[in-house]
Design a protein around this ligand. Structure first.
Ligand SMILES: Nc1ncnc2c1ncn2[C@@H]1O[C@H](COP(=O)(O)OP(=O)(O)OP(=O)(O)O)[C@@H](O)[C@H]1O
Length: 228
């Protein structure tokens, strides 16, 4: 479960990127976070990753109060999260297998386990055959699928995706959303920040809309609220 209680984040004094946000996301939910540019969506994701600390308020993830987490426990905490970004963030000088194995080596997974888990993750995203290729030899959609394989290989309880389809065409965007939905069906909590109105409207998931650092709507089966 992810819970924010009255969370404020100021990057500079007096200017709140998030302003008193309270929200609860249960294990196994699929949630879209939408809102204008600058409304605080990425800040919210970074706070959950503990890449940022709130100026005030409390964040609890899977029973852990992030404010109280010791510095040395942060890497282990982050390994329990799968993260996907708009720009894929693959290692350019490593092949696809290595890109995913890297996430495993960090957690000191034995090679024999890795040899099963990496191809399994690649199969889930439909890229089992391309494990020897390098990122630049893949299309954008394929690169994002590798990023998803990397995010799910450790079977995280939470998957955070910040604009995962921002660089993709509609067909690839739908494929990525389907993979996120499949991860959700396996029990992972999925949070997706997106500007893609069509996808949000079609999928009928919980939709949290942000504006100027506050949550202005939270719909159980919502659509994209366009206020412009
Ligand atoms: N590192 C930073 N230093 C100072 N201000 C920042 C920083 N990062 C974000 N902000 C400010 O905080 C506010 C919220 O930014 P955030 O990136 O969370 O918005 P967003 O909703 O994700 O926007 P977008 O849809 O454009 O990605 C903005 O006003 C932004 O300028």
């Amino acid at each position: 479960m992810i819970e924010l209680k009255d969370v404020t984040k100021e990057y500079s004094k007096g200017v709140a990127a998030l302003n008193g946000v309270s929200v609860k996301i249960e294990q196994g939910e699929f949630v879209f976070i939408v809102g204008d540019s600058g409304s605080g969506k990425s800040t919210l994701i970074k706070l959950i990753m503990k890449e940022l600390d709130p100026t005030s308020g409390t964040i609890i993830v899977n029973g852990q109060n992030l404010n109280r987490m010791k510095h040395r426990h942060i890497p282990k905490y982050r390994r329990g999260l799968g993260v996907v970004f708009q720009d894929f963030r693959l290692l350019k000088d490593r092949n696809i297998y290595e890109n995913i194995a890297f996430a495993q080596r960090v957690v000191e997974t034995p090679t024999r386990v890795m040899k099963k888990k990496v191809p399994a993750a690649l199969s889930l995203v439909g890229l089992a055959q391309k494990y020897k290729m390098f990122p630049k030899e893949l299309s954008g959609g394929e690169q994002q699928r590798v990023a998803i394989a990397r995010a799910i290989v450790n079977e995280p309880s939470i998957l955070l995706a910040d604009e995962p389809t921002g660089n993709l065409d509609p067909t690839n965007s739908w494929e990525i959303m389907q993979l996120l939905e499949e991860a959700n069906q396996r029990g992972t909590t999925v949070l997706v920040v997106t500007h893609n109105q069509e996808i949000v409207n079609e999928m009928q998931k919980r939709v949290i809309t942000m504006k100027k650092g506050v949550i202005v709507s939270d719909e159980k089966k919502g659509g994209y609220i366009n206020e412009d």
